[in-house]
Design a protein around this ligand. Structure first.
Ligand code: NDP
Length: 307
């Protein structure tokens, strides 16, 4: 029987592990398929306090992992495939392997949202991408579309101009949702163009992607546009798969937590993007991971008293 299992190894997972390990909860972390989470897909992080010159996302995550290990967190590089309530607490499974724990911290994060258009899956990684820092390099001297109007779309568009000849931001409305500073950056970039009131409704032919069908959201007119690659930056969906139906969700489909990161299940806490559709920042994920671990410590003490 474990004291604490942490599922997910992004900022919130590692922070929870650091705090829990220091509190002698001997946390067992399952990293999932993308160890380090979303920051592994970024370049420089400029707004994480304590790094006036910025820090590379992967380096920050590597350091968090080291720090968790230093305090004794145990790490299993596997994807958790099952979760259920049992008499003594919770059962977490990885294929046929079963682990039992009285407490669980869910820090499974969120994944990039796809367009949801027919045949889209066939083009994933073959002209259609969700991570500019991962795949931008392949578009040296090419023309690219970036879909979305938020901070991510602007950041990705800017980054992609390092490689691409021209980047066009396709947005379904006629104004960006992004923060003012981000908007100013893309507006000032001579390699970035805009296609307003537009959305991609189809991809003709087979992979690799050569063109897309673009619909004007005002007039309904659809036209084919030749393009070398498309990067989606239209938000993220929480990774709640194995918890679906077991833990209460909020109206947006994220895990519902109270101000103390407690979920609807006793002894189960959630931290980071899986329970946050508002801030979605590395620093808020770290804060939530810390809260979850401190609450787990309190819960553990209460359990001890009851016994
Ligand atoms: P957002 O939810 O902020 O923006 C998503 C964008 O995609 C919106 O413009 C939305 O359109 C559009 N969109 C959503 N679904 C579709 C769809 N199906 N088809 C076409 N367009 C769609 O997500 P982001 O990932 O941009 O940002 C998430 C959070 O992370 C934000 O809080 C942001 O501030 C933060 N962030 C901060 C950064 C920084 O400060 N350096 C960098 C990146 C992100 P509409 O506008 O019409 O809703």
């Amino acid at each position: 029987m474990e004291k604490l299992i942490i599922i997910g190894s992004g900022v919130s997972g590692w922070t929870a592990a650091i705090y829990a390990a220091r509190a002698e909860l001997e946390p067992l972390i399952f990293t999932g398929s993308e160890e380090g989470g979303q920051l592994m897909l970024t370049t420089v992080v400029e707004n994480f306090p304590g790094f006036p010159e910025g820090v590379m996302g992967p380096e920050l995550m590597q350091n968090m992992k080291k720090q968790a290990e230093k305090f004794g967190a145990r790490i299993i590089e596997e994807i958790v495939t099952g979760f259920r309530k049992i008499k003594e607490g919770y059962e977490v499974s990885v294929g046929r392997e079963v682990y039992k724990s009285s407490m669980v911290i869910i820090s499974t994060g969120a994944s990039a949202r796809w367009l949801g258009i027919p045949g889209e899956k066939n083009f994933q990684g073959r002209g259609l991408h969700t991570c500019a820092t991962c795949d931008g390099f392949f578009y040296k001297g090419k023309e690219i579309f970036v879909v979305g109007g938020g901070d991510s779309a602007c950041e990705e568009a800017n980054f992609l101009t390092k490689f691409a000849k021209k980047v066009t931001i396709i947005h379904r409305r006629d104004e960006l949702k992004a923060s003012k500073i981000m908007q100013e950056k893309v507006m000032a970039n001579p390699k970035i163009d805009f296609m307003w009131n537009s959305e991609i409704v189809g991809i003709p032919g087979g992979p690799p992607l050569k063109s897309v069908m673009v619909k004007n959201t005002k007039t309904g007119e659809i036209s084919e546009r030749k393009i070398d690659g498309v990067f989606l930056a239209i938000g993220h969906v929480p990774n709640i798969g194995i918890f679906n139906g077991l833990v209460e969700l909020d109206e947006f489909g994220f895990i519902k937590t109270d101000g103390r990161r407690r979920t609807s299940l006793p002894g189960v806490f959630a931290a980071g993007d899986v329970q946050d559709h508002i801030y979605k920042q590395a620093i808020t994920a770290a804060g939530a991971g810390c809260q979850a671990a401190l609450e787990a410590e309190k819960y553990h003490q209460e359990l001890g008293h009851k016994k």
